[in-house]
Design a protein around this ligand. Structure first.
Ligand SMILES: Cc1cc2nc3c(=O)[nH]c(=O)nc-3n(C[C@H](O)[C@H](O)[C@H](O)COP(=O)(O)OP(=O)(O)OC[C@H]3O[C@@H](n4cnc5c(N)ncnc54)[C@H](O)[C@@H]3O)c2cc1C
Length: 416
């Protein structure tokens, strides 16, 4: 089934009886060429590109819960490529380019909306740092523009420009950044992968790896053993727990990140805005809710719920830049478990175990990476070589001293 305007009109006239399931619910086979563990955005995108771009035919995605139940359906939907370091910049720009063609590519409406992102600057030093970042972005093929406080006053008069503590001096804008409807991304990739023969097996938890003589032969699951020639893991916040079953210890900590949605308001925010002196970012959904978030909870956990001190901190950030947010009522909030790497950058790499590959460490920025992460992980799994924009995402980079420390804050996950 292909989606088209004609099909929507036809179904409207026929009482919407012709829509079929978007993907099958197959029984697991005994053996696959490639198994992807984790039916989040990254796992599903990997399977999709393996089938579509790399000609792989015998693939399964194994998901312990349901498609879209993890961080892919919990994030605040922001996409951007405003990275500075060479290890990151080309990768995230590749991802943004894939977002730009994604809906046509997988024939699904993911509401990709390039409404722009603005990072506010509050000091002269921060202005200089943003201009430097903008120049690096332009060198890596992305778009960037510095807007002065006067330019911003005309566009966003409701911001608190003259806040005594955090005056707004200007901001770094990326007009091609924006938002995407997060769960439609999971559904679109799932449907596209299924159409190309990928088995999406939900309600099936991987409980262990069968490893013999340094080679991974398959996975133990809640539905029995499933063999595979290659196994790729993409379980985000569960990375530490899952890889421990292969006796691996990762340079990753798991923390909760919370998201918040206000009641529906008339259109007020044209794009995404981030606070530069604390941790707060906000956009407005097409239904009118202000969608916002801030810092991670400051302790390690695998629980998908957050705590009130961070709620207070996030709301204070919001009040500092746009006091009118204090009049909006909070409608709902939730938490997701983040795979925080020690330098804030991800991993797409082989492990020391033959046939076992790892994708993770996305911190709170992995949604925007979904298409490129899937593409590059598929490249690695199919060709056993890293894609040219993902050569730096190695697991041994801390041992070699080659961190990708985008924020320049070192090994402090709470700061990046
Ligand atoms: C509140 C919040 C806001 C965020 N905001 C943004 C944002 O605005 N922009 C941005 O770029 N990023 C954002 N992120 C980060 C982004 O959502 C994640 O980095 C990204 O979604 C992680 O990749 P994923 O989609 O594959 O993860 P997930 O959707 O979590 O997928 C992992 C899957 O693995 C499954 N799994 C785990 N263990 C097992 C097992 N043993 N067996 C089988 N399956 C297993 C889980 O059930 C899960 O479905 C945010 C995250 C949160 C929580």
């Amino acid at each position: 089934m292909r989606f088209s305007g004609f099909k929507v009109i036809k179904e409207a006239l026929m009482g919407h009886k012709g829509w079929g399931p978007q993907w099958r619910d197959p029984e697991p086979k005994k053996h696959y060429d490639i198994i992807i563990i984790g039916g989040g955005g990254h796992g599903l995108a990997t399977a999709y590109y393996l089938a579509k771009e790399f000609g792989q035919k015998n693939i399964a995605v194994i998901e312990k819960g349901w498609i879209g139940g993890g961080n892919v359906g919990r994030n605040t939907t922001i996409i951007r490529s405003n990275y500075m370091l060479d290890g990151n910049g080309p990768f995230y720009e590749f991802s943004l380019k894939l977002w730009e063609g994604l809906e046509q590519d997988f024939n699904y409406n993911a509401m990709v909306s390039q409404r722009g992102i603005l990072n506010l600057a509050h000091t002269d030093g921060q202005r200089d740092a943003y201009i430097r970042r903008g120049n690096a972005m332009i060198l890596n093929g992305a778009d960037a523009e510095y807007l002065t406080a006067d330019q911003l006053r005309k566009k966003l008069p409701f911001l608190n420009f003259d806040n005594a503590r955090f005056p707004i001096k200007g901001g770094l804008a990326q007009r091609r950044g924006g938002t995407v409807r997060h769960d439609a991304v999971a559904w679109g990739y799932a449907r596209g992968a299924d159409q190309r023969g990928v088995d999406i097996i939900q309600n099936c938890e991987v409980t262990g790896f069968r490893i013999k003589n340094g080679k991974c032969l398959g996975v133990e699951t809640s539905r029995g053993f499933i063999g595979a020639t290659k196994i790729g893991t993409a379980v985000a916040g569960s990375s530490g727990r899952l890889m421990a079953k292969a006796d691996m210890r990762l340079p990753i900590e798991s923390h909760v990140l919370q998201a918040f949605v206000s009641e529906g308001l008339k259109p007020v925010l044209p794009g995404v805005i981030t606070f530069g002196a604390g941790h707060f970012y906000v956009s407005q959904s097409d239904k009118g809710g202000l969608v916002f978030g801030g810092d991670i909870d400051g302790y390690n956990t695998y629980a998908q719920r957050g705590n009130l001190p961070v709620v207070e901190d996030v709301c204070e950030g919001g009040m500092a830049i746009m006091p009118m947010i204090g009049r909006a009522r909070l409608l709902r909030m939730w938490g997701g478990v983040m795979d925080m790497s020690m330098d804030g950058s991800p991993f797409i790499d082989k492990t020391h175990i033959d046939g076992l590959y790892f994708n993770g460490g996305w911190c709170y920025g992995g949604f925007k990476a979904t298409p490129a992460s899937g593409f590059c992980f598929a490249h690695l799994l199919a060709k056993d070589e890293p894609h040219e924009v993902a050569t730096e995402f190695r697991l041994d980079r801390f041992m070699r001293g080659h961190m990708i420390d985008e924020k320049g804050m070192g090994a402090q996950p709470n700061l990046h």
